[in-house]
Write a protein that binds this ligand. Sequence first.
Ligand SMILES: [Zn+2]
Length: 280
Amino acid sequence: MKRFIGIGVLTTTILFIAAARTESAPVEQELINDLVVANHILAKQGVVDSFGHVSVRHPTKPDHFLLSQAKAPSRVTAEDIMEFDLDGNTIDGRGRPTYSERFIHAEIYRSRKDVNAIVHSHSPAVIPFSVTQIPLRAITHTAPFLASGVPVFEIRDVAGMSNLLVNDPKRGKALAETLGNNPIALMRGHGDVVVGPNLRRTVVRAVYTEVNARILWQALVLNTPITYLTPEEGTILENSYDNASKGHMTDRIWENLNEDPSLGLRPRSVRPSPAHSHPD
Ligand SMILES: [Zn+2]
């Protein structure tokens, strides 16, 4: 009898733990909306296309993160947002498909406690800098986060001949190691991963990485010596983002790029290029 009760308690305890582990924690609608808008901004700016994804660390469960179900970013809605653990398992999957490269997010959140949002994209203008000996460097004041240097992830080092996708934990961990403490790493022949302290700042970084790459390409065509931002200038500008007051820097850029009328924001008939918005 004693043994029976013991097993019963043990079973109950296991069930309780299992329930606790799989329970989805509530998230404020504002953050979900921002994640939806983030998907749409990245799509409209040409950073993501049919592929690519953006995630945010769970605000109250730091070992979980939020990411859309497998879907074209331009079509993502609030109902698509799912919760994952750091092994890439869904907490509230309900049979929905998942991005095969969710391990990028899982392993970077595991290794970088300072990172609260991640964009993975096939940002087209950065690709040349991932496959040539010309490094991606900061050339405009809107991309100061590039001034400290941009590492390039070579997936052959961890996976040999492969489909180039970071679709398992081993590859995700290797990418996180290449990223190190940097805000961005290029992925050879694939795209990049951009991280940041919050969702909006990370989206802004991803957008201006693409813009900077395009401007740098234009400067290289002129075939004269280029004056890049120095790491010191990069640090000064990054500090101005860190300490910006309401209505400046990231706020202003988000206001400019967010066009989603379904989330209570006014649509625009003419959208200025982000290259021309001044983050003062
Ligand atoms: Zn990819």
